[in-house]
Each structure stands twice: as structure tokens, then as C-alpha cells.
Design a protein around this ligand. Structure first.
Ligand code: DQA
Length: 142
């Protein structure tokens, strides 16, 4: 299985960013953990702070042999109808992941434009949100 993993703004700051909320792991360490947990899965990791770049990566994924897409859109979760619309075009299984529990933080984080265009949301368990999301995608493929 080949999974495209997309991270949005400020997630390149993991490790330095609000560790009490997001944990101490850097984004590279997160990539390493995911890769070693699922050695048979091929991951393509991508991070951007720019909305348009993320949209283009989602659009271009249609030309690539990905089996699934996993996205943590960061704050774009709560603002970007454009990323939502790009995801809506993609026909492979899609999951949304968050390190923190966006349902139980500031009220503005409850607005999630992605939910209706992804197969499932995983949140609030830091690294384990990702592990659960990948396990879900693998089960779909069986
Ligand atoms: C986040 C939650 C978002 O509200 C926030 O803007 C982020 C990270 C998470 O992984 O918990 O950047 O997506």
C-alpha cells in the first residue's frame, strides 16, 4: 500500500510548538515512527504552510499510484473550503488526522470543513491518531 501523507501549516514546528498539546515529537520523528510501525507501507510525506501548494499536491495525487491519502490540514481544517473541495475530487480512501482533540479545545476548532469529504477522522491521541488512521486504511484494503 502506498499512502500520501499531507501536513498543513505549523506542523513543521512540532517539537517546538505547544508540546503540552501536540507532544514533544518533531515531524521527522513522527514520520520515522509511522514508517517503522508499518514497514510494509510505502509513505510519501509532504508538508506545506501554503494553502495553494497543498491543493496542488492533492490535485496532482490523481496522477500518482497512491492507494490512500492521509491529511492533517492543521489550522486549514477550520478555514479552507478550497482544500475541502480539492479532497472531494479525489476518489481513493481519505482520512483526516489530528494530534489534539479539536472537539474539546477552543470553539473555533470545532468547525471542520474536511469531515464530510473524508472517510473517517482520527484525533486527540497524538502519534496514536496516525497509527489508528493507517490501521483503518489497511483494513479497508483487505
Ligand atoms: C491540529 C489541530 C488544529 O486545530 C491546529 O490548528 C493544528 C494542529 C492537530 O493536529 O491537532 O495546527 O491539526
Amino acid at each position: 500500500m502506498n499512502i500520501l501523507v499531507i501536513h498543513g501549516p505549523n506542523l513543521n514546528m512540532l517539537g517546538k510548538r505547544n508540546p503540552e498539546i501536540y507532544g514533544k515529537m518533531t515531524l521527522d520523528e513522527l514520520y520515522d515512527q509511522i514508517s517503522s510501525e508499518f514497514p510494509d507501507v510505502e509513505f510519501t510525506f509532504y508538508q506545506s504552510n501554503y494553502e495553494g501548494e497543498i491543493i496542488e499536491v492533492i490535485q496532482n495525487s490523481m496522477e500518482e499510484p497512491y492507494d490512500a491519502l492521509m491529511i492533517n490540514p492543521g489550522a486549514f481544517t477550520h478555514t479552507s473550503i478550497a482544500i475541502r473541495d480539492a479532497l472531494d475530487i479525489i476518489r481513493i480512501p481519505k482520512v483526516e488526522v489530528h494530534l489534539s482533540d479539536i472537539e474539546h479545545r477552543e470553539p473555533f476548532r470545532k468547525i471542520d470543513y474536511m469531515t464530510d469529504v473524508v472517510d473517517k477522522r482520527f484525533m486527540g491521541k497524538k502519534l496514536d491518531s496516525y497509527i489508528e488512521a493507517i490501521a483503518y486504511l489497511l483494513n479497508l484494503g483487505e
